[in-house]
Design a binder for this molecule. Structure first.
Ligand SMILES: *Cc1c(COP(=O)(O)O)cnc(C)c1O
Ligand SMILES: [Zn+2]
Length: 418
Protein backbone atom coordinates (compact mmCIF):
# COMPACT_ATOMS: atom_id res chain seq x y z
CA UNK A 1 0.00 0.00 0.00
CA UNK A 2 2.77 2.49 -0.87
CA UNK A 3 0.11 4.76 -2.41
CA UNK A 4 -1.56 5.27 1.01
CA UNK A 5 0.45 7.86 2.93
CA UNK A 6 -1.44 7.99 6.21
CA UNK A 7 -4.72 8.09 8.06
CA UNK A 8 -5.57 11.62 9.25
CA UNK A 9 -7.86 12.35 12.21
CA UNK A 10 -10.61 14.78 11.19
CA UNK A 11 -10.77 16.14 14.76
CA UNK A 12 -7.12 16.84 15.62
CA UNK A 13 -5.31 16.45 12.30
CA UNK A 14 -2.84 13.88 13.70
CA UNK A 15 -1.71 11.38 11.09
CA UNK A 16 -1.10 7.67 11.60
CA UNK A 17 0.66 5.06 9.52
CA UNK A 18 -1.97 2.83 7.87
CA UNK A 19 -0.83 -0.17 9.91
CA UNK A 20 -0.76 1.76 13.21
CA UNK A 21 -4.55 2.03 13.70
CA UNK A 22 -7.51 0.01 12.51
CA UNK A 23 -10.44 2.38 12.95
CA UNK A 24 -10.60 5.74 14.77
CA UNK A 25 -8.03 8.18 16.22
CA UNK A 26 -6.86 6.77 19.56
CA UNK A 27 -6.95 10.32 21.00
CA UNK A 28 -10.52 11.01 19.97
CA UNK A 29 -12.41 7.75 20.30
CA UNK A 30 -15.49 7.17 18.18
CA UNK A 31 -15.57 10.80 17.03
CA UNK A 32 -12.02 10.66 15.70
CA UNK A 33 -12.96 9.59 12.19
CA UNK A 34 -9.92 9.02 9.99
CA UNK A 35 -9.46 10.10 6.39
CA UNK A 36 -7.19 8.12 4.08
CA UNK A 37 -4.42 10.25 2.55
CA UNK A 38 -2.93 9.25 -0.80
CA UNK A 39 0.23 9.87 -2.78
CA UNK A 40 -1.39 11.24 -5.94
CA UNK A 41 1.89 11.52 -7.85
CA UNK A 42 2.42 7.82 -7.46
CA UNK A 43 -1.19 7.06 -8.38
CA UNK A 44 -0.97 9.24 -11.52
CA UNK A 45 1.90 7.04 -12.69
CA UNK A 46 -0.28 3.94 -12.32
CA UNK A 47 -3.65 5.10 -13.61
CA UNK A 48 -4.96 7.66 -16.09
CA UNK A 49 -8.20 8.37 -17.98
CA UNK A 50 -6.59 6.82 -21.08
CA UNK A 51 -5.69 3.66 -19.28
CA UNK A 52 -9.20 3.46 -17.84
CA UNK A 53 -10.71 3.90 -21.30
CA UNK A 54 -8.89 0.73 -22.38
CA UNK A 55 -9.79 -1.32 -19.28
CA UNK A 56 -12.68 -3.74 -19.97
CA UNK A 57 -13.27 -4.39 -16.22
CA UNK A 58 -16.49 -2.50 -15.32
CA UNK A 59 -16.22 -3.09 -11.53
CA UNK A 60 -14.85 -0.80 -8.81
CA UNK A 61 -11.53 -2.63 -9.11
CA UNK A 62 -10.81 -0.70 -12.32
CA UNK A 63 -9.91 2.12 -9.89
CA UNK A 64 -7.75 -0.11 -7.72
CA UNK A 65 -4.69 2.20 -7.63
CA UNK A 66 -7.03 4.72 -5.92
CA UNK A 67 -8.34 2.23 -3.36
CA UNK A 68 -6.80 1.50 0.05
CA UNK A 69 -6.01 -2.17 -0.57
CA UNK A 70 -2.75 -4.01 -1.11
CA UNK A 71 -1.92 -4.55 -4.78
CA UNK A 72 -1.92 -8.33 -4.36
CA UNK A 73 -5.02 -8.76 -2.15
CA UNK A 74 -7.64 -11.00 -3.73
CA UNK A 75 -10.99 -9.27 -4.28
CA UNK A 76 -14.46 -10.84 -3.95
CA UNK A 77 -15.92 -12.24 -7.17
CA UNK A 78 -19.30 -10.44 -6.91
CA UNK A 79 -19.29 -7.66 -9.52
CA UNK A 80 -19.61 -4.41 -7.57
CA UNK A 81 -19.72 -1.06 -9.41
CA UNK A 82 -20.44 -0.31 -13.04
CA UNK A 83 -23.84 1.22 -12.26
CA UNK A 84 -25.56 2.75 -15.29
CA UNK A 85 -25.96 6.52 -15.51
CA UNK A 86 -29.24 7.18 -17.30
CA UNK A 87 -30.06 10.44 -19.00
CA UNK A 88 -33.51 11.24 -17.56
CA UNK A 89 -35.14 13.58 -20.09
CA UNK A 90 -38.77 13.12 -19.03
CA UNK A 91 -37.94 13.40 -15.34
CA UNK A 92 -35.99 16.59 -16.08
CA UNK A 93 -38.78 18.07 -18.21
CA UNK A 94 -41.26 17.46 -15.41
CA UNK A 95 -39.17 19.73 -13.20
CA UNK A 96 -38.42 22.34 -15.87
CA UNK A 97 -34.78 21.21 -16.11
CA UNK A 98 -32.62 20.35 -19.12
CA UNK A 99 -29.91 17.97 -17.91
CA UNK A 100 -30.61 15.32 -15.31
CA UNK A 101 -29.03 11.89 -14.99
CA UNK A 102 -29.99 9.07 -12.63
CA UNK A 103 -27.22 6.80 -11.33
CA UNK A 104 -28.81 3.43 -10.61
CA UNK A 105 -27.02 1.73 -7.74
CA UNK A 106 -30.04 -0.43 -7.06
CA UNK A 107 -28.36 -2.71 -9.61
CA UNK A 108 -25.46 -3.70 -7.36
CA UNK A 109 -25.22 -7.43 -6.46
CA UNK A 110 -27.19 -7.08 -3.21
CA UNK A 111 -29.29 -4.23 -4.66
CA UNK A 112 -27.84 -1.21 -2.84
CA UNK A 113 -24.97 1.27 -2.94
CA UNK A 114 -23.55 -0.36 0.23
CA UNK A 115 -21.88 -3.07 -1.84
CA UNK A 116 -19.22 -0.51 -2.79
CA UNK A 117 -18.13 -0.22 0.85
CA UNK A 118 -18.66 -3.83 1.87
CA UNK A 119 -16.42 -5.04 -0.95
CA UNK A 120 -13.58 -3.04 0.59
CA UNK A 121 -14.49 -4.28 4.10
CA UNK A 122 -14.14 -7.89 2.99
CA UNK A 123 -10.73 -7.24 1.42
CA UNK A 124 -9.48 -5.32 4.51
CA UNK A 125 -10.88 -7.93 6.92
CA UNK A 126 -9.13 -10.69 5.04
CA UNK A 127 -5.87 -8.71 4.79
CA UNK A 128 -5.99 -8.71 8.59
CA UNK A 129 -6.83 -12.41 8.73
CA UNK A 130 -10.10 -11.75 10.57
CA UNK A 131 -12.05 -14.85 11.55
CA UNK A 132 -15.27 -12.82 11.67
CA UNK A 133 -16.38 -9.55 10.09
CA UNK A 134 -19.22 -7.66 11.74
CA UNK A 135 -21.43 -4.66 11.16
CA UNK A 136 -24.45 -2.86 12.50
CA UNK A 137 -26.81 -1.57 9.85
CA UNK A 138 -30.29 -0.32 9.09
CA UNK A 139 -30.30 -3.23 6.63
CA UNK A 140 -28.49 -2.52 3.38
CA UNK A 141 -24.93 -2.36 4.72
CA UNK A 142 -25.62 -5.66 6.43
CA UNK A 143 -27.08 -7.27 3.31
CA UNK A 144 -24.07 -6.03 1.36
CA UNK A 145 -21.58 -7.40 3.87
CA UNK A 146 -23.52 -10.67 4.04
CA UNK A 147 -23.48 -11.11 0.26
CA UNK A 148 -19.86 -10.20 -0.22
CA UNK A 149 -18.80 -12.45 2.68
CA UNK A 150 -20.87 -15.31 1.22
CA UNK A 151 -19.06 -14.90 -2.10
CA UNK A 152 -15.73 -15.74 -0.43
CA UNK A 153 -16.94 -17.97 2.43
CA UNK A 154 -16.16 -15.43 5.15
CA UNK A 155 -17.92 -15.74 8.55
CA UNK A 156 -19.85 -12.65 9.59
CA UNK A 157 -22.12 -11.44 12.37
CA UNK A 158 -24.80 -8.82 11.71
CA UNK A 159 -26.65 -6.47 14.08
CA UNK A 160 -29.84 -4.92 12.66
CA UNK A 161 -32.78 -3.25 14.39
CA UNK A 162 -35.77 -5.54 14.76
CA UNK A 163 -37.75 -3.08 12.61
CA UNK A 164 -35.62 -3.57 9.46
CA UNK A 165 -37.73 -4.33 6.32
CA UNK A 166 -38.43 -8.02 5.75
CA UNK A 167 -36.59 -8.21 2.41
CA UNK A 168 -33.35 -7.02 4.00
CA UNK A 169 -33.60 -9.51 6.86
CA UNK A 170 -34.37 -12.26 4.33
CA UNK A 171 -31.18 -11.40 2.42
CA UNK A 172 -29.09 -11.79 5.58
CA UNK A 173 -30.55 -15.18 6.42
CA UNK A 174 -30.29 -16.44 2.84
CA UNK A 175 -26.61 -15.48 2.71
CA UNK A 176 -26.02 -17.51 5.88
CA UNK A 177 -24.92 -14.68 8.17
CA UNK A 178 -25.26 -14.91 11.93
CA UNK A 179 -28.10 -12.40 12.35
CA UNK A 180 -28.88 -10.64 15.61
CA UNK A 181 -32.09 -8.60 15.52
CA UNK A 182 -31.61 -5.90 18.13
CA UNK A 183 -34.57 -4.79 20.26
CA UNK A 184 -33.78 -1.13 19.74
CA UNK A 185 -32.87 1.47 17.15
CA UNK A 186 -30.05 1.48 14.61
CA UNK A 187 -28.08 3.62 17.06
CA UNK A 188 -28.49 0.91 19.74
CA UNK A 189 -27.41 -1.77 17.26
CA UNK A 190 -24.34 0.31 16.36
CA UNK A 191 -23.15 0.65 19.98
CA UNK A 192 -23.75 -3.03 20.64
CA UNK A 193 -21.80 -4.03 17.53
CA UNK A 194 -18.82 -1.88 18.55
CA UNK A 195 -18.82 -3.47 21.99
CA UNK A 196 -19.07 -7.00 20.63
CA UNK A 197 -16.35 -6.42 18.03
CA UNK A 198 -14.01 -5.17 20.77
CA UNK A 199 -14.87 -8.02 23.11
CA UNK A 200 -14.48 -10.78 20.50
CA UNK A 201 -11.78 -9.35 18.23
CA UNK A 202 -13.97 -9.20 15.11
CA UNK A 203 -13.14 -6.97 12.13
CA UNK A 204 -15.60 -4.08 12.17
CA UNK A 205 -17.20 -2.64 9.02
CA UNK A 206 -19.29 -0.03 10.85
CA UNK A 207 -20.09 3.13 8.93
CA UNK A 208 -18.47 6.29 10.23
CA UNK A 209 -16.00 4.21 12.22
CA UNK A 210 -14.09 2.08 9.71
CA UNK A 211 -12.09 4.64 7.68
CA UNK A 212 -12.14 2.55 4.52
CA UNK A 213 -15.90 2.58 3.89
CA UNK A 214 -15.91 6.11 2.39
CA UNK A 215 -13.12 4.89 0.12
CA UNK A 216 -15.37 2.23 -1.38
CA UNK A 217 -18.25 4.67 -1.68
CA UNK A 218 -16.13 7.21 -3.53
CA UNK A 219 -16.01 4.88 -6.56
CA UNK A 220 -19.46 6.20 -7.55
CA UNK A 221 -17.89 9.63 -8.12
CA UNK A 222 -15.23 8.07 -10.32
CA UNK A 223 -17.90 6.32 -12.38
CA UNK A 224 -20.12 9.38 -12.71
CA UNK A 225 -17.26 11.58 -13.92
CA UNK A 226 -15.93 8.89 -16.24
CA UNK A 227 -19.43 8.30 -17.66
CA UNK A 228 -19.73 12.05 -18.32
CA UNK A 229 -16.40 12.09 -20.18
CA UNK A 230 -14.58 13.66 -17.17
CA UNK A 231 -16.81 16.72 -17.45
CA UNK A 232 -18.00 16.95 -13.83
CA UNK A 233 -21.69 17.66 -13.20
CA UNK A 234 -22.82 20.87 -11.47
CA UNK A 235 -24.70 19.14 -8.66
CA UNK A 236 -25.11 15.67 -7.22
CA UNK A 237 -28.17 14.84 -5.08
CA UNK A 238 -27.37 12.26 -2.40
CA UNK A 239 -29.75 10.78 0.20
CA UNK A 240 -28.15 11.15 3.64
CA UNK A 241 -28.50 9.17 6.86
CA UNK A 242 -25.13 8.62 8.56
CA UNK A 243 -23.45 10.72 5.89
CA UNK A 244 -20.93 8.14 4.71
CA UNK A 245 -22.17 8.12 1.11
CA UNK A 246 -22.07 11.90 0.71
CA UNK A 247 -18.66 11.98 2.43
CA UNK A 248 -17.44 9.27 0.07
CA UNK A 249 -18.81 11.07 -2.99
CA UNK A 250 -16.93 14.18 -1.84
CA UNK A 251 -13.73 12.19 -1.29
CA UNK A 252 -13.87 10.71 -4.78
CA UNK A 253 -14.30 14.15 -6.33
CA UNK A 254 -11.38 15.49 -4.27
CA UNK A 255 -9.25 12.61 -5.57
CA UNK A 256 -10.18 13.47 -9.17
CA UNK A 257 -9.46 17.18 -8.64
CA UNK A 258 -6.08 16.36 -7.07
CA UNK A 259 -5.25 14.20 -10.09
CA UNK A 260 -6.44 16.93 -12.47
CA UNK A 261 -8.93 14.57 -14.15
CA UNK A 262 -11.81 16.99 -13.49
CA UNK A 263 -11.47 20.75 -13.29
CA UNK A 264 -14.18 21.79 -10.84
CA UNK A 265 -15.94 20.53 -7.75
CA UNK A 266 -19.67 19.77 -8.13
CA UNK A 267 -21.99 21.15 -5.45
CA UNK A 268 -23.14 18.34 -3.19
CA UNK A 269 -26.80 18.35 -2.21
CA UNK A 270 -27.64 16.25 0.86
CA UNK A 271 -31.24 15.07 1.11
CA UNK A 272 -32.64 14.15 4.50
CA UNK A 273 -36.04 12.91 5.64
CA UNK A 274 -37.86 15.54 7.68
CA UNK A 275 -38.12 13.11 10.61
CA UNK A 276 -34.38 12.38 10.55
CA UNK A 277 -32.85 15.72 9.65
CA UNK A 278 -30.01 16.20 12.14
CA UNK A 279 -27.54 17.21 9.41
CA UNK A 280 -30.03 19.50 7.69
CA UNK A 281 -30.61 21.27 11.03
CA UNK A 282 -26.88 21.54 11.80
CA UNK A 283 -26.20 22.92 8.32
CA UNK A 284 -29.04 25.47 8.55
CA UNK A 285 -28.07 26.64 12.00
CA UNK A 286 -24.31 26.67 11.47
CA UNK A 287 -23.72 24.00 14.14
CA UNK A 288 -20.32 22.25 14.09
CA UNK A 289 -20.35 18.48 13.58
CA UNK A 290 -19.00 17.76 17.05
CA UNK A 291 -21.65 19.92 18.71
CA UNK A 292 -24.56 18.03 17.17
CA UNK A 293 -26.96 16.38 19.61
CA UNK A 294 -28.78 13.09 18.98
CA UNK A 295 -32.42 13.32 17.92
CA UNK A 296 -35.13 10.66 17.87
CA UNK A 297 -35.36 9.71 14.19
CA UNK A 298 -38.68 8.71 12.60
CA UNK A 299 -39.03 8.09 8.87
CA UNK A 300 -40.32 5.31 6.66
CA UNK A 301 -37.10 5.70 4.66
CA UNK A 302 -35.30 3.31 7.01
CA UNK A 303 -31.93 3.56 5.23
CA UNK A 304 -31.64 7.26 6.05
CA UNK A 305 -32.93 7.06 9.61
CA UNK A 306 -30.10 8.09 11.96
CA UNK A 307 -30.43 9.88 15.29
CA UNK A 308 -26.80 10.93 15.47
CA UNK A 309 -25.22 10.59 12.01
CA UNK A 310 -21.98 8.66 12.46
CA UNK A 311 -20.14 10.33 9.60
CA UNK A 312 -21.33 13.83 10.48
CA UNK A 313 -17.90 15.46 10.14
CA UNK A 314 -17.49 14.30 6.54
CA UNK A 315 -21.18 14.84 5.75
CA UNK A 316 -21.20 18.50 6.80
CA UNK A 317 -17.86 19.19 5.13
CA UNK A 318 -19.15 17.67 1.86
CA UNK A 319 -21.92 20.26 1.64
CA UNK A 320 -20.14 23.22 3.23
CA UNK A 321 -16.91 22.88 1.24
CA UNK A 322 -18.64 22.47 -2.12
CA UNK A 323 -21.17 25.31 -1.77
CA UNK A 324 -24.02 22.82 -1.85
CA UNK A 325 -27.00 22.60 0.47
CA UNK A 326 -29.04 20.25 2.59
CA UNK A 327 -32.71 19.86 1.75
CA UNK A 328 -35.42 18.14 3.74
CA UNK A 329 -38.35 16.13 2.40
CA UNK A 330 -41.37 14.66 4.16
CA UNK A 331 -42.26 10.98 4.11
CA UNK A 332 -45.22 11.89 1.86
CA UNK A 333 -42.84 13.49 -0.65
CA UNK A 334 -40.58 10.42 -0.47
CA UNK A 335 -43.46 8.01 -1.08
CA UNK A 336 -44.75 10.09 -4.01
CA UNK A 337 -41.24 10.14 -5.49
CA UNK A 338 -41.15 6.33 -5.86
CA UNK A 339 -43.73 6.08 -8.71
CA UNK A 340 -42.63 9.38 -10.29
CA UNK A 341 -39.02 8.21 -10.56
CA UNK A 342 -40.12 4.77 -11.76
CA UNK A 343 -42.54 6.09 -14.38
CA UNK A 344 -40.18 8.70 -15.83
CA UNK A 345 -36.96 6.62 -15.84
CA UNK A 346 -37.81 2.96 -15.30
CA UNK A 347 -35.79 2.96 -12.07
CA UNK A 348 -37.63 1.47 -9.07
CA UNK A 349 -36.10 2.90 -5.90
CA UNK A 350 -36.52 2.09 -2.22
CA UNK A 351 -37.78 5.04 -0.12
CA UNK A 352 -34.33 6.33 0.91
CA UNK A 353 -33.19 6.25 -2.71
CA UNK A 354 -36.33 7.93 -4.03
CA UNK A 355 -35.63 10.66 -1.46
CA UNK A 356 -32.79 11.87 -3.69
CA UNK A 357 -35.28 12.63 -6.45
CA UNK A 358 -37.74 14.15 -3.94
CA UNK A 359 -34.86 16.36 -2.78
CA UNK A 360 -34.19 17.53 -6.32
CA UNK A 361 -37.88 18.44 -6.73
CA UNK A 362 -37.75 20.26 -3.39
CA UNK A 363 -34.58 22.14 -4.35
CA UNK A 364 -36.21 23.21 -7.64
CA UNK A 365 -39.24 24.46 -5.69
CA UNK A 366 -36.94 26.41 -3.38
CA UNK A 367 -35.18 27.98 -6.37
CA UNK A 368 -31.83 26.41 -5.51
CA UNK A 369 -31.24 24.89 -8.95
CA UNK A 370 -30.79 26.61 -12.33
CA UNK A 371 -32.72 25.18 -15.32
CA UNK A 372 -29.64 24.28 -17.37
CA UNK A 373 -27.43 22.93 -14.58
CA UNK A 374 -26.12 19.40 -15.13
CA UNK A 375 -27.54 17.34 -12.30
CA UNK A 376 -26.97 13.77 -11.13
CA UNK A 377 -29.45 12.02 -8.82
CA UNK A 378 -27.99 9.10 -6.91
CA UNK A 379 -30.45 6.22 -6.66
CA UNK A 380 -28.92 4.21 -3.83
CA UNK A 381 -31.13 1.15 -3.49
CA UNK A 382 -33.69 -1.02 -5.29
CA UNK A 383 -37.42 -0.69 -4.68
CA UNK A 384 -37.61 -4.46 -4.19
CA UNK A 385 -35.91 -3.90 -0.81
CA UNK A 386 -39.14 -2.52 0.63
CA UNK A 387 -42.23 -3.42 -1.37
CA UNK A 388 -44.53 -2.61 1.56
CA UNK A 389 -43.55 1.05 1.34
CA UNK A 390 -43.87 1.01 -2.46
CA UNK A 391 -47.41 -0.41 -2.25
CA UNK A 392 -48.37 2.52 0.00
CA UNK A 393 -47.31 4.91 -2.76
CA UNK A 394 -49.57 3.49 -5.48
CA UNK A 395 -53.24 2.55 -5.93
CA UNK A 396 -54.73 -0.91 -5.84
CA UNK A 397 -54.57 -3.08 -8.99
CA UNK A 398 -57.73 -3.90 -10.96
CA UNK A 399 -59.12 -7.34 -10.20
CA UNK A 400 -61.14 -9.03 -12.94
CA UNK A 401 -63.03 -12.23 -13.59
CA UNK A 402 -61.26 -14.23 -16.33
CA UNK A 403 -63.51 -12.94 -19.15
CA UNK A 404 -62.99 -10.38 -21.92
CA UNK A 405 -66.21 -8.63 -20.88
CA UNK A 406 -64.76 -8.08 -17.41
CA UNK A 407 -61.59 -6.65 -18.95
CA UNK A 408 -63.67 -4.25 -21.09
CA UNK A 409 -65.69 -3.11 -18.07
CA UNK A 410 -62.53 -2.59 -16.01
CA UNK A 411 -60.82 -0.59 -18.77
CA UNK A 412 -63.95 1.48 -19.37
CA UNK A 413 -63.88 2.37 -15.68
CA UNK A 414 -60.32 3.66 -16.18
CA UNK A 415 -61.34 5.68 -19.24
CA UNK A 416 -58.79 3.87 -21.41
CA UNK A 417 -56.52 2.68 -22.83
CA UNK A 418 -58.18 2.52 -26.32
C1 LIG B 1 -27.22 3.70 3.60
C2 LIG B 1 -28.13 4.25 2.59
C3 LIG B 1 -28.29 5.63 2.41
C4 LIG B 1 -27.60 6.66 3.25
O1 LIG B 1 -26.22 6.53 3.35
P1 LIG B 1 -25.44 7.15 4.59
O2 LIG B 1 -24.03 6.85 4.34
O3 LIG B 1 -25.99 6.50 5.82
O4 LIG B 1 -25.75 8.61 4.60
C5 LIG B 1 -29.15 6.05 1.41
N1 LIG B 1 -29.84 5.19 0.65
C6 LIG B 1 -29.73 3.85 0.81
C7 LIG B 1 -30.53 2.97 -0.06
C8 LIG B 1 -28.87 3.35 1.77
O5 LIG B 1 -28.80 2.02 1.93
ZN1 LIG C 1 -7.62 12.84 16.78
Amino acid sequence: MDHVKSLRCLVCGRTYAPDAVDYVCPEHGNEGILDVQYDYELIARRLSPDRLARDPDPTIWRYRPLLPVRPDSPVPPLAVGGAPLYRAARLAAGLGLQNVWVKDDGRQPTASFKDRASAIAVVKGRERGAAVITTASTGNAAAALAGLCASVGQRNVIFVPESAPAAKIAQLLVYGSTVLLVRGTYDDAFELCLEAARAFGWYNRNTGYNPYMSEGKKTASFEICEQLGWDAPDRIFVPVGDGCIIGGIHKGLKDLLALGWIDRMPRLMGVQAAGSAALYDAWRNGVAALEMQPIVAHTLADSISAGLPRDRIKALAAVRETGGAYVRVTDAQILAAIPTLAQTTGVFAEPAAAAAYAGLAQAVAEGLVGPDERIVVLCTGSGLKDVAAARRAVGEPLVVEPTLAAVERALAGLGGPE
